[in-house]
Design a binder for this molecule. Sequence first.
Ligand code: KIV
Ligand code: ZN
Length: 509
Amino acid sequence: MEKKRIVIFDTTLRDGEQSPGASLSVKEKVQIAIQLERLGVDIIEAGFPVSSKVQFEAVKACSSEVRNTIIAGLARTLEKDIKSAYESLGDAAHPRIHTFIATSPIHMKHKLHKTPDEVMKMAVEAVSLARSYVDDVEFSGEDAFRSDPVFLKEIVEAVIDAGAGTVNIPDTVGYAIPSEFGAFIRDIIENVPNIGDTVISVHCHNDLGLAVANSLAAIQNGARQVEVAVNGLGERAGNASLEEIVMALKGRHDYVGFDTAINTKEIYRTSHLVSNLSGIRVQPNKAIVGANAFAHEAGIHVDGLLKARSTYEIMTPEAIGLTDMKIVLGRHSGKHGLQKRLEDMGYILSDSELDAAFERFLVVADKKKEVFDEDLAAIIEDEIHSVPEYYKLDYFHISSGSSTIPTSTVKLLVGDRVEQKSAWGDGPVDATLKAINSIVGMPIKLGEYSLRAVTAGTEAIGEVTLKMTVNDNLIITGRGASTDILEASAKAYVDGLNKIKYWQDTREN
Ligand code: KIV
Ligand code: ZN
């Protein structure tokens, strides 16, 4: 009998983290993994363990914190990768090794310099080795959609024989058109002789904006697992967005006819958490979770909506947990009120972190009468540091005006030393960042600088996000928040410096 349930494989912490500037610390990954479990995903791909010490530690930490959901670790078809994945998954209640190798002529020739026979042998050996460690093994043929269908079906058959329970067919470069991709998947399912109960999975990239459409077409043609990322994060244009696929399956159950185990009321919270921790903002008109997704502007729409919501809304904001997020806290809410709200938002803090967050909350609550969820998120990300604070902003003084050259003096704690420097610049922010960098002396190129008022009003918290590139390869997102935007800018820069130091100290290969 046909299975009516789609398995949701979430790759926010692996492919999603490959979005430029989205690098997450171990602590941030664990926080997201806990929320993903609460959301109800079936599998969390927590990282690519062999690729760096941080990746290894992140998969290890997620494996011990998450108890009900399958944790997957990615591995090339190399012995050292598979061993590393196995070791990092050691504490997982339900471990999965996900091994992959490219199967398209372009990748085999130009990237791997291997023949199809060599690739076939590596795939089979890798799956057998992975199966000697764990029962749950997934194989992916990278760039499968641009592979020769005959060769692809042979390799699918061979890895199933070797013990792969799930075989993933990625559209790695986002090249497919939905009807074509659906037929491609159907051909595999109908013509691989030993397919049996093997779960066929798809992993679609969004280069042509078709990742969700391609994934749905694959489901309609027999795929039973989809690989997705929250907010559609991922390499280049990203992966199929979790929230869009899940809500399409739920909203159009009448037509597509499949369920997922997702608790959709956790979608908005999860999206918010991922956006805040990754520093990658959701575009306002993004389907399901964008700020405008449930906003109605035109008079005729508002009129219709007031008469019956179904006139212009195909789903309610409540279905994704949106309205629950608007609870307001004030000075008298107390530490427990704050802790409860933060837990509901997905933030789990230690006692000392909660104390620090509460202190900061009181300061903000004094300035603003009402503290919204957005304020709390800004406070938490600013206060609770995900990496060690080697650099710390101690003091800054700015002199600026319409007839003076903007000058800034900064005192910075550098490890256990105190250093002070002054600099002038094109404006007060420029002068401050130059003063900080004259202390630190790192070759940093500043990309995007964005300032966002997290709520309305002149007393709102301003959140600064900076994209900083080091040595032309590492892109880091620095974030800082304060009711003073110059302080927020300085804090964002120092946050970025700490992340760069952390990555440089922990990255091995
Ligand atoms: O896009 C891709 O092909 C991948 C594989 C590693 C699954 O991310
Ligand atoms: Zn991918």
